[in-house]
Design a protein around this ligand. Structure first.
Ligand code: GRF
Length: 213
């Protein structure tokens, strides 16, 4: 069973999708710790409701970024976490964190990276930009993190059509359904060894394209 840690900033519906998949056996794993930079994040409540250990760590509790990274690593390692899932986590982590979990930190982004990612492309902004550009397709991407926003190697994507009548909100809602499919699926493939992150070589990797839910 793979031991999963998660970082959340908001509602935590992707965290819930991962917790549910662990509980019903789709993921051979367990979410053992959840950290948020936002003490009022509903994602923390979701974790508490399942008896999962929760922590609030932020630039308020740790003004020095390096110290914050160290504190987060200490908590996650203390729970023997093997895989970290960023699930609507709005902050970037630094080299200390990334080195401690090299190739073991996943993120989900609600667009087809490398387009519509990076600084400023979060939440509704992503979908507004896609709709305004009249993109025919959008979707969700699960990728490994590096030190830039939405930048590390892409593990998997799912695509859907953007409809003429789509608004940023309607598109966000349809993509969120796909996020709740693709994120647990990728975690399950890591847990089963189908995706081998212990031996991950970006130059030999080709992203997986999943059918929409
Ligand atoms: C999702 O759209 C995710 O792709 C993005 O932030 C949103 C988080 O939603 N990174 P939730 O907190 O998982 O409900």
């Amino acid at each position: 069973m793979i031991r999963i840690g998660a970082l959340v900033s908001g509602g935590g519906s992707n965290l819930q999708a991962i917790i549910d998949a662990c509980k019903d056996g789709r993921i051979d794993g367990e979410v053992v710790a959840v950290i948020s930079n936002n003490s009022r994040a509903y994602g923390l409540q979701r974790a508490k409701d399942q008896g999962i250990a929760t922590y609030h760590l932020s630039s308020v509790t740790h003004p020095d970024e390096e110290e914050l990274d160290k504190a987060m690593v200490e908590i996650l390692k203390g729970h023997d976490v093997e895989l970290v899932c960023l699930a609507g986590y709005m902050k970037k982590r630094g080299p200390t964190f990334i080195k401690a979990f090299a190739n073991k930190v996943l993120n989900i982004h609600p667009a087809l990276l490398p387009k519509y990612g990076g600084k400023g492309f979060y939440g509704r902004n992503v979908h507004r930009a896609v709709v305004e550009a009249r993109e025919p397709r959008s979707g969700a991407t699960v990728h490994l993190i590096d030190e830039q926003y939405d930048h590390g190697p892409i593990l998997a994507q799912v695509e859907i059509d953007v409809k003429d009548e789509d608004t940023p909100d309607s598109l966000a809602a349809r993509i969120l359904i796909q996020e709740h499919m693709i994120y647990p699926k990728v975690v399950s493939m890591i847990a089963s060894g189908e995706i081998d992150l212990d031996d991950f070589d970006t130059s030999k990797w080709t992203p997986i394209y999943l059918d929409p839910a």
